[in-house]
Ligand binder design. Structure first.
Ligand SMILES: Cc1cc2nc3c(=O)[nH]c(=O)nc-3n(C[C@H](O)[C@H](O)[C@H](O)COP(=O)(O)O)c2cc1C
Length: 317
């Protein structure tokens, strides 16, 4: 930390009672369109993740990995529904484990946010006017998510399941009136805590200064989901760890961990251009900035390592 004491982000933690993490710093899921081998991760992917594990990251979350390649117009995203896909991912996780890291896969189905040309599917689901068991009441609208969680927990155990929730998000027409956000996530969080999932990653995308929300979905002045939902995740008896993300600085996260308001922080973009995020936090070296432009995120690139595995560490810079 700036004052020379050890950052609270470097304290170890455990998901559930069974999954130890070496610190509280997580690499956020970032889909980078680098899976040029028939949607399988390549040696460049293994190198990318292993380097970040070697850098000391507590938990790494993979690219969003599609459970079926259906109606998607994203190029070179990873999929996992055949043994050959699992084998390719195992080469990545083996490299991460060898570097002392822990890695989760982000399970992705694009749902209604798929190919732009599938406009019928989009408009049919946009208005959320279903009257079957997946529509109308809060319970019904949470039913699908909870049944997916239950099925995954039955296989892997609750500690190994994390879930990212973005109550205030506006992307893909998800902006909701505040009263609906409050009611829905109060219910959903209680259900997830009951199941003892390892962590909830609470994103604050869609709120804060400079964000314009669609009419009717305005938030109370100064609203942050952490104020309302944080205590519900960290309530008495909860074994679910609270991770936050979206635009956090190291100092902000340190302050929140120090005061017991969160357990972990998740950084996204800094991990793209800093292979050594944890080293920098340990030594008080600030994160490098991206000085190459936004194309480094998704491409184009001449080979998959370009703007992916060629960022210097603080020691090399
Ligand atoms: C290139 C890129 C790809 C992303 N892909 C995903 C994704 O597949 N799944 C996901 O949950 N979030 C994705 N995100 C969002 C990040 O996980 C993270 O929530 C976001 O970057 C905010 O964190 P930050 O401010 O620390 O960057 C992506 C972000 C970027 C920049």
């Amino acid at each position: 930390m700036a004052d020379g004491t050890k950052s609270p982000l470097l304290q170890p933690d455990t998901l559930g009672d069974s999954l130890p993490l070496r610190n509280r710093i997580c690499m956020s899921a970032m889909t980078r369109n680098r899976c040029i081998d028939a949607n399988k991760p390549t040696p460049a992917s293994a190198k990318h993740y292993a380097e970040r594990a070697r850098g000391g990251t507590g938990l790494i979350v993979s690219d969003g990995v599609c459970v079926f390649l259906h109606g998607l117009n994203w190029p070179h995203i990873p999929v996992l529904y055949k043994m050959e896909h699992a084998d390719a991912w195992k080469r990545v996780t083996d490299a991460v484990h060898e570097a002392g890291g822990t890695m989760f896969m982000q399970v992705w189905h694009a749902g209604r946010a798929q190919n732009e040309e599938m406009s019928m599917l989009k408009s049919a689901s946009r208005s959320n006017e279903r009257t079957d068991k997946h529509g109308s009441s809060v319970l019904n609208r949470c039913r699908f998510l909870l049944s997916v969680v239950d099925d995954i927990v039955a296989i892997w155990g609750a500690a190994a399941v994390g879930i990212k929730i973005c109550p205030t998000d506006t992307l893909n027409d998800t902006a909701s009136p505040y009263s609906e956000i409050s009611e829905t996530y109060t219910f959903l969080i209680a259900e997830l805590v009951k199941r003892g999932v390892g962590y909830m990653n609470l994103s604050r995308r869609g709120c804060g200064e400079g964000v314009t929300r669609p009419a009717g979905t305005e938030l109370p002045v100064g609203y942050e989901p952490l104020q309302e939902f944080g205590p519900m995740i960290k309530c008495t008896g909860s074994t679910t760890k609270l991770m936050v993300n979206e635009g956090y600085t190291v100092a902000e996260a340190e302050e929140l961990v120090k005061h017991g308001r969160i357990d972990m922080v998740c950084f996204g973009r800094p991990f793209m251009w800093n292979p050594d995020v944890v080293y920098r936090i340990e030594t008080g070296v600030s994160f490098a900035e991206n000085d190459r432009g936004d194309h480094v995120m998704y491409g184009p690139y001449r080979e998959p390592g370009e703007n992916y595995n060629d960022w210097p560490s603080a020691l090399e810079a």
